[in-house]
Design a protein around this ligand. Structure first.
Ligand SMILES: NC(=O)c1ccc[n+]([C@@H]2O[C@H](COP(=O)([O-])OP(=O)(O)OC[C@H]3O[C@@H](n4cnc5c(N)ncnc54)[C@H](O)[C@@H]3O)[C@@H](O)[C@H]2O)c1
Length: 250
């Protein structure tokens, strides 16, 4: 199925690892040009190398902090200057952050997670939407989590940030529903990426929590993101779309 993204421009935050890398590769496979942002250059270089190996769309990288409004603006400016506009964005950069019961959490730890995971999505859309409105419109997918719908012990900063992403997504979708910018959220179950650490017993336990009996792969999230950003998803706005091996169906 041709998703109609050939020659369009997409922006992906946190594109140097895991889900962000898979999203960038999936956009590129559709022939889209991709602006990659992340905190460090190395991961983005590897994503770019994989994009080129696949012989797909063009890429450009920018070191950018998701917690910085100015960095998001620089990323959008790069998309416009290098590729002539912005049609799709995936606000994906995120951290797990401090894990503790509420009474033991440091305020700084809580604030840091909100800054990257929630404010980062706001700053992203704040810069991306005007560029899309100036052009031919566009679509945004914000990466939430199953933990944007249910709780998880000792991770209240992360859970709060992801619930916030879902609410932010719904509100933004309503605001631009008639203006040509579609906004949706995707809710991954546990996905095999570096964010989960390397403790095999813990990873096996996480896998067992999913009715399918396994964790997801980054590509299984990327497929959904790219579809939602494509004209094929023209009626879809304000949604929370899980891709979670049945986690939330329990
Ligand atoms: N892996 C999972 O189980 C899972 C489940 C649900 C949701 N998610 C969400 O998916 C997104 C991607 O996570 P992942 O699993 O690919 O993790 P990952 O750690 O593999 O990748 C995250 C990327 O974001 C970057 N990043 C972190 N802080 C940043 C900042 N301040 N500015 C810019 N970039 C920053 C990191 O450098 C890294 O390249 C996150 O928002 C995460 O919360 C992951």
């Amino acid at each position: 199925m041709d998703l109609g993204l050939n020659g369009k421009t997409a922006l992906v935050t946190g594109a140097g690892s895991g889900i962000g890398r898979a999203v960038a590769l999936a956009f590129a496979a559709e022939g889209a040009n991709v602006v990659l942002t992340d905190l460090k250059q190395e991961g983005m270089d590897e994503t770019l190398r994989l994009m080129r190996q696949a012989g797909s769309g063009e890429g450009a990288t920018l070191i950018a902090d998701a917690g910085s409004p100015e960095d998001h603006q620089r990323a959008v400016d790069l998309a416009v200057e290098r590729f002539g506009g912005l049609h799709a964005a995936c606000n994906n950069a995120g951290i797990g952050g401090e894990t503790n019961p509420v009474a033991d959490l440091s305020p700084e730890g809580f604030r840091k997670v909100i800054e990257v995971n929630l404010l980062g999505v706001f700053y992203g859309m704040h810069a991306q939407i005007p560029a899309m409105l100036r052009g031919e419109g566009g679509a945004i997918v914000n990466i939430a989590s199953i933990l944007g719908q249910v709780g998880w012990e000792n991770s209240s900063p992360y859970v709060s940030s992801k619930h916030g992403v879902v609410g932010l997504t719904r509100s933004a979708a309503l605001e631009y529903a008639q203006k040509g910018v579609r906004v949706n959220a995707v809710g991954p179950g546990f996905i095999q990426t570096p964010i989960l650490g390397q403790d095999q017993a813990a990873l096996d336990h996480l896998a067992s929590l999913h009715p399918m009996g396994r964790m997801g792969q980054p590509e299984e999230i990327a497929n959904l993101v790219v579809f939602l950003c494509s004209p094929r998803a023209s009626l879809m706005i304000g949604g929370y779309y899980p891709a979670d091996g049945g986690y939330l169906a329990k």
